[in-house]
Design a protein around this ligand. Sequence first.
Ligand code: HEM
Length: 313
Amino acid sequence: MFDEIIAVLRAFVGISIWQTLNTLKLIKKLYWMTYTQVWDVNLHIANQFAPELNPKSVIPAGKPGANGDWSRYTFLPPTETDSRSPCPALNALSNIGILPRNGRNIKFTEFAKVLSTTYNLSPSLCMSILMSIAGLFQRDYFTDSIDLELFNTHNVIEHDASLIRHDAIIQADQGRPAIDLINQLLKSATGAAIVGKQRVRILTPADIAAFLRQRRADCKAHNPQYTLKFLHKFFSANNSAIMYDTFGGRVDDLRTFLIEERFPQGWQPRVTKRYGYTLLSLNFRSLQIALWTEPPPFVVPPRRPVSNGLYSS
Ligand code: HEM
């Protein structure tokens, strides 16, 4: 009888400790979520008033790629054993050795620092996104590490109907670019801008949305296991938005970046906001692309060449 009482008490204490730990975890999560959102709103507001960065020195002095000089970082394509992800932005960092070349054991906090300086993303955006990703893989943002290939886990973040990878059922290795899709995507660009005296082609948000819409129709027709949940549509719009804004849609730069997963010499982020590309900016752009990708009534606007003067000097 006494033993039974002890067993019940032990179980009760065990459950209480487990419940307390879970509650603490939840509180910690809510705290950091609120922290990054408030931080982001502040940086977004500060961006509206602070002078923009010089487009020729967006990457801080002393950091890889400062002044657009990538020549000191040797590009080596991944070997068979190197770990790579479905994200060209993460892979490019390993391909030139800013992050470990084997793509393994990279701390989330290290990712955040490097992504922020290389792509001029606000620290609040990096922390918020990477913290969510760490959570999706049951890891701790502050202490844990990740191999790039973990991002390939199907239907966690990686999903069907991607822009630059065939569906996982067709392309088992999601760490490699699908050159045919990338060529089709870039061919669909309808925009144009003047850079110096040169005319460059621009992949506009409307082009990206139209391409995504076509990809969804094609994948649905040809992939018997096709799925695309709301969450994955959200990731898809996010990735497209971040790509558009950090590259200003420039087809010449995107070709090198998406196909070879490296930075073209001279490239710097096209976002020149002093405190970086915020989560709020990302959300506005994602919403635009997400709505235009959906079937009517959200119709993609007429796609006519734009000459936004963004790059004219
Ligand atoms: C906080 C930083 C970032 C993280 C954690 C991240 C992570 C990811 C992940 C996990 C994917 C695979 C999801 C999918 O299949 O759609 C992805 C895809 C992608 N990412 Fe990133 N990324 C980041 C920043 C960037 C940046 C700065 C660019 C700029 C070019 C970029 C461009 C892309 C593109 C184009 C895709 C493919 C989207 C598609 O195929 O539909 N990412 N990213």
